[in-house]
Write a protein that binds this ligand. Sequence first.
Ligand code: MG
Length: 260
Amino acid sequence: MQKLSLTMLLATFALSFSPAIMAQDAPGYTDGPFLPNSKWRVHDQTRPQPKKVTPGTGDLGVTAPDDAIVLFDGGNLDAWQRTDGQPIGDGIADGAFDIVKTGQLRTKEEFGSCQLHLEWVTPLGPEDRMNWGNSGVFPMGLFEIQVIESCDSFIYADGNAGAIYGQFPPLVNPARKPGEWQSFDIFFTAPTFDGDKMVSPAYVTIIYNGVIVQNHQEILGTVSHRALPGPYPVQTRGPVMLQDHHSGVKFRNIWIRPIE
Ligand code: MG
């Protein structure tokens, strides 16, 4: 196994959705490879959509505890850099930033196991339904926790918000409407290695708008589109990355607590 270039990974992934994706009656594909130990194919058109749950009301944002590393509190993006090396665009307004205006970001610092809080909002739209509100949160820059407009979801099950993209749909769908702030609380366990041999894979638990959508879920590999998850690079830390997928998703109140 070799260390993947984050830039290469992202360049591959940026190819993303093709127009041919839309089937007559449901989104997804029928010709993808089967996921390991699963009856479902990657982006399987027949995989059941997560049951819709109406989340509780109110502001789900919790400000950072005093031992957290604040990644964004509305002031500046000093903790971040662009993945393409260009200067960060001027995208901050009203305590949030627009990922299209800033450009795709990664933290300067690298993290392994962690607790990560962030809030996000999809544009009012309407936009192309396969890309409306598409962004993503990438622990270690390798695994995508999907951000997308899912209130009126019309993407394959493993592409909904709160999915481990291309692997596991959220257990349920507690999406709020476009224009309403939503929250992720992510509990990420980094993989471990003995030399080049993986001892344990990555796991993730995700609370989305106060509802558990991934429960200590093993992550099968690095993010892929219309392909099996990629092999784990021998790596136990990496940056948190926020995807620019050409939809003006905004983020606010981002903080992280490394778990050692
Ligand atoms: Mg995405």
